[in-house]
Design a protein around this ligand. Structure first.
Ligand SMILES: Cc1cc2nc3c(=O)[nH]c(=O)nc-3n(C[C@H](O)[C@H](O)[C@H](O)COP(=O)(O)OP(=O)(O)OC[C@H]3O[C@@H](n4cnc5c(N)ncnc54)[C@H](O)[C@@H]3O)c2cc1C
Length: 762
């Protein structure tokens, strides 16, 4: 037994001092992906999270689906899912959890962290104070865990604030902003005024379930039983759960930090009031067997402080897709602002304006301009209120903070502070390290002199000829205009033959369209138009275009909507080939053409969006000659996803055992090999609620083996579903050749690969 007598004065809490290379405050998706990325580079990380699980707004406590530039596949950002660790997490979540159970995502995040020996994770531990070593540098963070009654002093040379509200930046005295800039400050036509409001509010969600028998509901006394009078409530639909209830928003006129608990109470009043109305008003007869299964206890917070870095991202960066020498990440969600009155107002729940393509995010937005050893992560990076409307989504936050992690490893190794990396030399190093780890930086590729593949002679067992897609798929009614995206190196496109079924004689209007910027997928330039006179019944038609394509890019062969026509599609699914439709996804747009007011600095353009599998088959076609764009050389062009071209080697569809062979004139010592697979970066992989029809991406190779020049298998894999296989050989091998043999997984999908790199040293 332990017995303590009365003491004069007071007792002190148990104190633990922890020293590491970097302290990350906030284990949302940003902090979590930052910690994993840094730890894998040898950085000793302390990650503290004031709640019991990781993931922030993406966790089972709040239940938001993780999204980013793909924007639910509802804008023109093709192949825009974020790369690196956030991709690894989303792909794993799809594999284990295609149903979108938020609890499973929690376990994946915790597992990923627990597999990293360089991370010390402190859950249920809140940072509440800090010490400084100089006016402009943090020395240590003080934190407390009520579960183990322990206080912590966390010392490190570098800190990351990914706490959402910015507790570290605030306490350290860093410059920050709350609310909206004026239109003039950064020439932002979309900057809102006081009537719309300057801050986005919080939301709380609920889930309901059918119990199979009648369930009564007695609301708590604090429920707002007048809820049915709210203008937004009228649009409520019984099928809405979880993140579909994003519009249950409140608090944009409050102090979203210090009034947070008050906002939460109001949201509870609203949610229980909504449920009371559903169950007891008599207006929802189908609700009899429904019960409330879950209501959030922590509100999802959208906006509070934004800290000032050496650069502030603004509307024009997003809309004009401006390029930055220090680009390390990208965004692509719409500029998405919400009226501050939230559910108590009569305005639509959000205003979203998309840009024509993804935009770069510069490194200078990711550290404080005043506190020299403080990185900024997640939603609090240096962005104007308008640009924050886009950069705030979780996958973008995570992708940015992966760049912070790699920057931190460079700082630690070279005894530098974050702002000292902004010169050309260090930015080049940072960008290259990021791309190698799967980060996507628009308009940047891997240029790696140490990569032995660059010097190898490369042979492949076969190459897919982009000449025809068989006429074996479903018939697609031309209810919406449809376009087949075809990648062209340059010059003319060959003649195209398609199959059409017509109810009666009619005219099919065809056009050839491209994007102004070759890297975009907004086909705003019409190069040519044609008409084909179609007779009734099923027949083939051939047409050709005379336009010369100057830059390597996708052309859009568009077939105008016509209710009397169907076109035949193909079952063949090929990396980097897509059909898109001129329609819209109501989650992120209000019509198939974005038509902003003239004076707000946003572009008008049409949405051309793909359909999700099992739909979304390509148009079946024959070309008069093959296009030489899918070649083995793509394996070493340094791009690991389709950009202005597929960037993949694709084997012939009949090749059941495709092989890539690398050979060198002299024996090479090899200890590390990276393979970059196609996990369909066009797929948003929403993490929660919304199920997906597949748990593995059809294009992704599952089984492969690597052999040396004696035919010995030096590595094999039978269960791959990830985008990158990073293979560290237990013992370096000496060989003049490497043969990588792949197994074909599906009859209708040829094997494909974006890249191979290999190195003497890891
Ligand atoms: C209702 C709503 C709908 C949204 N819709 C989407 C969507 O559909 N898809 C999408 O991707 N994004 C969406 N967003 C935006 C997105 O959720 C946030 O911008 C994003 O979560 C920010 O990531 P973060 O890591 O910076 O912050 P958070 O996810 O908030 O994570 C920060 C973490 O830090 C912890 N923390 C805070 N203070 C401390 C402290 N003192 N000590 C230790 N830990 C601390 C918090 O507990 C939290 O877990 C939405 C937001 C809201 C609120």
């Amino acid at each position: 037994m332990k017995k303590e007598d009365f003491i004069v004065g007071k007792r002190a809490l148990k104190l633990e001092n922890i020293a590491s290379d970097m302290v990350i405050v906030g284990g949302g998706l940003a902090g979590t992906c930052c910690a994993i990325t840094a730890a894998r580079l040898g950085v000793k990380v302390t990650l503290i999270q004031d709640r019991p699980v990781l993931g922030g707004n993406g966790s089972s406590e709040v239940r938001l689906w993780i999204l980013g530039a793909t924007s639910h596949m509802g804008n023109n950002n093709r192949w825009a899912r974020e790369g690196g660790v956030v991709d690894e997490i989303l792909v794993e979540n799809l594999y284990r959890n295609p149903e979108g159970n938020p609890l499973i995502l929690d376990t994946i995040l915790i597992e990923k962290i627990s597999l990293e020996p360089n991370i010390r994770l402190l859950l249920n531990t809140a940072a509440y104070d800090l010490n400084k070593k100089e006016d402009d540098q943090i020395e240590s963070v003080l934190a407390f865990c009520s579960q183990n009654s322990t206080s912590y002093r966390l010392e490190a040379p570098l800190f990351v604030d990914s706490s959402g509200d910015g507790i570290l930046g605030f306490l350290a005295g860093a410059a920050f902003r709350i609310g909206a800039e004026s239109k003039d400050e950064f020439d932002e036509g979309f900057a809102p005024d006081q009537t719309y409001g300057e801050l986005l509010g919080h939301s709380i969600y609920f889930y309901s379930k059918d119990t199979g028998k009648p369930v009564r509901y007695i609301p708590p006394s604090y429920a707002n039983t007048e809820i049915s009078k709210l203008p937004r409530f009228r649009s409520f639909n019984l099928k809405e759960h979880g993140c579909s209830l994003w519009w249950v928003e409140y608090g944009g006129r409050k102090d979203t930090i210090h009034d947070s608990e008050e906002i939460k109470w109001e949201l509870w009043r609203i949610v229980y009031g909504i449920w009371d109305h559903i169950k007891n008003s008599g207006e929802y007869p189908d609700s009899g067997n429904l019960t409330l299964e879950w209501v959030g206890t922590i509100p999802g917070k959208r906006e509070s402080r934004r800290f000032e870095g050496d650069y502030m991202l603004t509307q024009r960066d997003v809309v004009e897709q401006r390029r930055h020498p220090d680009a390390v990440s990208f965004g692509g969600w719409a500029l998405d602002l919400h009226p501050a009155d939230g559910v108590y107002g009569d305005k639509p729940g959000c205003t979203q304006w998309h840009s024509k393509g993804v935009y770069q995010i510069p490194y200078r937005t990711m550290y404080s301009k005043n506190i020299k050893n403080l990185f900024l992560g997640g939603r609090l990076i240096s962005a104007s209120h308008v640009a924050f409307g886009s950069s705030r989504v979780m996958a973008t936050c995570a992708h940015n903070t992966q760049a912070v992690a790699v920057a931190a490893s460079l700082c630690i190794q070279n005894n530098l502070l974050p702002s000292q990396l902004t010169n050309k030399k260090w930015m080049g190093v940072l960008q290259q390290k990021l791309i190698k780890a799967g980060q996507y930086i628009p308009n940047h590729s891997l240029l790696d002199e140490e990569d032995l593949v660059q010097k190898a002679i490369m042979n492949v067992s076969s190459e897919f000829q982009l000449e025809s897609l068989p006429f074996d798929g479903y018939w697609q009614k031309l209810e919406f205009s449809m376009a087949q995206m075809i990648p062209i190196l340059d010059g003319k496109i060959p003649s195209i033959q398609i199959k059409v079924k017509a109810e009666k004689s009619t005219v099919l209007y065809i056009s050839l369209q491209i994007s102004q910027k070759p890297e975009n997928f907004t086909p705003e330039v019409i190069l040519e138009k044609q008409e084909i006179h179609i007779t009734g019944g099923e027949s083939s038609y051939t047409f050709s275009f005379s336009s010369e394509i100057k830059d390597t890019q996708y052309v859009f062969v568009t077939l105008q909507s016509n209710d009397d026509l169907q076109v035949q599609c193909s079952k063949l699914r090929v990396t980097g080939l897509l059909t898109v439709f001129n329609k819209f996804n109501k989650s992120v747009a209000t019509s198939s053409k974005q038509e902003p007011p003239n004076d707000i600095g946003i572009d008008a353009f049409e949405f051309w969006v793909p359909e999700r599998r099992p739909f979304g088959q390509n148009l079946a076609f024959n070309l008069s000659e093959p296009l030489r764009i899918i070649t083995k050389e793509n394996l070493r062009n340094g791009f690991f996803r389709p950009t202005n071209q597929p960037n993949a080697w694709i084997a012939d569809i009949s090749d059941t055992n495709p092989t890539v062979q690398l050979s060198w004139p002299k024996e090479q010592e090899i200890s590390h090999i990276n393979l970059y697979f196609d996990t369909d970066s066009d797929h948003p992989m929403e993490s929660t609620l919304m199920g997906h029809p597949e748990s593995e991406i059809p294009f992704c190779v599952k089984s492969f083996r690597i052999k040396d020049d004696s035919g010995k298998v030096i590595h094999s894999e039978n269960q791959n579903h990830q985008s990158i296989q990073s293979i560290n050989l237990r013992k370096p091998i000496k060989t003049r050749t490497l043969s990588i043999e792949f197994e074909k997984k599906l009859d209708n999908v040829p094997v494909s690969l974006f890249g191979i790199t290999c190195y003497h040293k890891p």
